[in-house]
Design a protein around this ligand. Sequence first.
Ligand code: GLY
Length: 369
Amino acid sequence: MDWMEEALEKCLNKIERNITEIGEYFPQVAYEGRYNQEDKTFWTAGFWPGLLWLLYRESGNTAARDLAVKLEEDLDEILDGFVHLHHDVGFMWLPSAVMDYRLTGSEQARIRGLKAASHLAGRFNQAGRFIRAWTDEVNPHSKGWALIDCMMNLPLLFWASRETDDPRFYHIACAHTDTVLNHFIREDFTVPHIVSFDPYTGKKIGVISGQAMNEDSAWSRGQAWAIYGLAVAYRETGKKECLDAAKNMANYFLSHLPSDQVPYWDFRSKPELQWVKDSSAAACTASGLMELSSVLEDETEKKFYQDQGKAILKGLYDHYWDTSEHSQAMLLGGTVNCLKKRHINVPIIYGDFFFTEGLLKAKGKKGIF
Ligand code: GLY
């Protein structure tokens, strides 16, 4: 068995074991091999259901399907409650409800996906042509804030547009993508985490460091969200600017990787913080590179990005796989927020998700986003 088959088998076995180990919880990070129970309003709530749906798709495991459906139903309180919703509804309902609908045809799941997409579309600020990230409850000064992470929420809009044969969702996704191309991407193909606009006039005010080292640095997970999201934007729109940006950002990411294939939490981290890595940024980028490879036509380029994606997956498997016998987690070395000292060099559920998704794509399977 080659390393990729072996890694995938271990991922699927871990998901299967976690059906009873994690159960009806919404995990985010693991300590000593056990995942925590996160608040279900948090943006990471879709990843455990997403892992369960990947297992169901591979093996037909009905316990995985039934648990994923229960988790999706648990999230109705948040979806229908409205007040806790934010732009990350794509991260939450694509791997849960939309994946359920794709695999089982559930009408209720389809409606949940469309409700989430309608919420995301409703966050669009016409003056600045961006999707507002957060609510006043999170930060009352964030009315004009757009985050690079939102590139990964846009696939929900592309899905909704196709599903309803209604281009409204598509137009909003395209407008937000244009804003990212025009106002986020720097000349060296890095991005800031947050760009602030005047919510009334739409004029760009400036950059906010967010989870990055500073306003001019390059938070590695932000780069990952952009690479994957832009590859999807190209897949959905065929716009060459998205493809060029995805390739250029991928090239920056790849040419700044340490030898173990996992970036520092910020590519421009100060040296004393370079012990902090982020395996989740590597995993997301690997899956994004597989996506990028799949939309390219030139065989040499296609192979290049696929090989680079596989090299990152191998680096993760060789150096970051959690080998402790009873651990619920797959990958060590993920970092949620370095400067705020929140969960540094630990397993994170979205690292595990994108690692599994990336391995499946390397075998020719489709991703969720
Ligand atoms: N979407 C927030 C993060 O990547 O930490």
